[in-house]
Design a protein around this ligand. Structure first.
Ligand code: ZN
Length: 277
């Protein structure tokens, strides 16, 4: 969708100009008198985001940390088939892990909790699909239902891939039309969310776009229940490839995970605040 991408890039450029102007007004009317720039907790590369306490007030964000710590010991429960939007898939899966044994479920939960804190700091209501890392599931259809029920303005499933060890990098998966055609309404906004998340995550983490899957860090899929069943804008973020040695080092580092969370928060903020063309 090159023309849509260009329009989106132009919208971002407009957002930057708008926000630079906003920051400048903040300086001129600031009461501190220090001359310092207004404090902001979000700078995506050279861009300033409206990351103040109220920038996301009234917005609801669904964060879905992939897998769960109890899945491996609950094979029967998580392998049962559930509706995946005109197809059936397993309730949930165990997920990937690094060669050193750091599991994807722990990574996704840590990043989601960190991102939730950042987004709540900007005034958003954040709902997580699980609130610990020791349970089983929830099933993929339940994860989608939670986002639908809270009428999330944006939903992000956080994952890390288990790809070929030679491949590295992150990618964002946006929905294409599911087998039952019921997610048609979310395709366009989800594509915009994917582009915003790619921009935020890339700049906050420095992680390269995946070189073993997707196209320029983006892919579109119709085989993920979480995307087929969503009725709110939703994407999957594969933060890195856990089987790749360099990526494994990064995901195992709490400082990098904070950068990853910042990328999630900034990408979602960009999606929710960038003016539409
Ligand atoms: Zn996963």
């Amino acid at each position: 969708m090159p023309s849509q991408s260009r329009a989106f890039a132009m919208a971002f450029a407009a957002a930057v100009l708008l926000l630079v102007g906003f920051a400048a007004r903040g300086v001129s009317s600031g009461s501190s008198g220090s001359g310092a720039l207004p404090r902001t907790d979000a700078a995506v590369g050279g861009m300033s985001l409206p990351a103040g306490q109220d920038s996301l007030r009234g917005r609801t964000i669904l964060l879905d940390p992939g897998h769960n710590g109890g899945n491996a010991a609950a094979a029967a429960a998580i392998s049962r088939k559930v509706d995946a939007g005109g197809m059936e898939k397993e309730c949930d899966t165990v997920g990937a892990e690094t060669d050193d044994g750091y599991p994807e479920h722990a990574f996704t939960y840590d990043v989601a909790v960190r991102a939730a804190a950042l987004l709540r700091g900007r005034g958003a209501m954040v709902v997580l699909t699980r609130t610990d890392d020791s349970g089983v599931g929830p099933c993929i259809n339940e994860r989608a239902r939670i986002g639908n029920d809270v009428h999330a303005d944006a939903a992000v499933s956080v994952h890390a891939d288990g790809g070929p060890p030679s491949g590295s990098g992150f990618h964002v998966i946006a929905p294409s039309l599911g087998p039952d055609g019921a997610n048609a309404v979310i395709l366009a906004p989800s594509a915009r969310l994917a582009e915003a998340l790619r921009m935020g995550f890339e700049r906050d983490t420095g992680e390269p776009r995946a070189d073993y899957v997707a196209d320029a860090g983006l892919s579109f899929r119709a085989d993920l229940g979480g995307l087929n069943l969503s009725r709110v804008p939703k994407v999957f973020l594969e933060c890195a490839n856990m089987r790749n040695p360099a990526d494994a080092t990064r995901v195992s580092d709490a400082t990098w995970r904070q950068h990853a969370a910042q990328g999630v928060a900034d990408g979602v903020t960009l999606f929710l605040t960038a003016p539409r063309s």
